[in-house]
Design a protein around this ligand. Sequence first.
Ligand code: HEC
Length: 188
Amino acid sequence: MRSLPTLCALFCTAILSHSVSAATQSDALKQEAAALIPPFAQQLMDTVQKAKEDGGPSAAIDACQDLAPKIADQHSTDQWKIGRTSLKTRSDANIPDDWERGVLEQFAERAAKGEDAKTMSYAETVDGQFRLMKAIPLQEGCLGCHGNGIKPEIAAALDAKYPNDQARGYSVGDIRGAFTLRYLGEKQ
Ligand code: HEC
C-alpha cells in the first residue's frame, strides 16, 4: 500500500494539473477572443467612414443600421459569437443580458477609480461558457452620432430609426459600451 504522503502527493498533483490546464485553456480562449476584436472594430469604423464620405451622415446611419449587425455576423465564427452592447443602447438588438450588464457596471466602477478604459476587459466562464467583454472608449470621430449637440439632420435620422435611442450625450474617453464575445465551442 502507498504511504499517506505519496497518496497525498498524487492527489495534489492531480488537482494542480487540472487547475493549471483549466487556466491555460482560458488563457488561450482569452487570446483568441482578443484577436477577433480589432478587425471587427476596424471594419465597423471603415464602413461608417466610407458611408459618410459617399453619402453624408444620414447615409452613415443607414449603413450602421444595415451593416453593423451583418459585420458582427461576418466576424463571428463557428466557435465565437461577437457583438456590441452598452448600458445606454441605441439599437434594442444590443441590449445587454444580466451578465453583460453586470460587467458594464463593473467597467464603469473601474473607470471611476481611474483605470484606463482602453485596456479594460473582463472574462469569465458563465454556466460552462467562456465569455469576454472589452470596453469601447469614445473617440473624437464618434461624437457626431453619440456626443452632445448632435446636428439636427443626424438627430432626425436617428429618431426615425431608433425610437429608443439612449446613446447620446457622451464625451471623448467615456465608455460607450463594450465588445462582447461568447465561445460556442465545446463546454468547459
Ligand atoms: C454615423 C453615425 C455613427 C458614428 C460616427 C458612430 N456610431 Fe456608433 N452607432 C451608430 C448607430 C446607427 C448604431 C446602431 C447600430 C445598429 O443598429 O446595430 C450605433 C451603435 C453603436 C454601438 C452598439 C451599442 C448600441 O448602442 O446599440 C456602439 C458600442 C457604438 N455605436 C460605438 C461607437 C463608437 C465607439 C464610435 C466611434 C468610433 C461610433 N459608435 C461612431 C451610429 C454611429
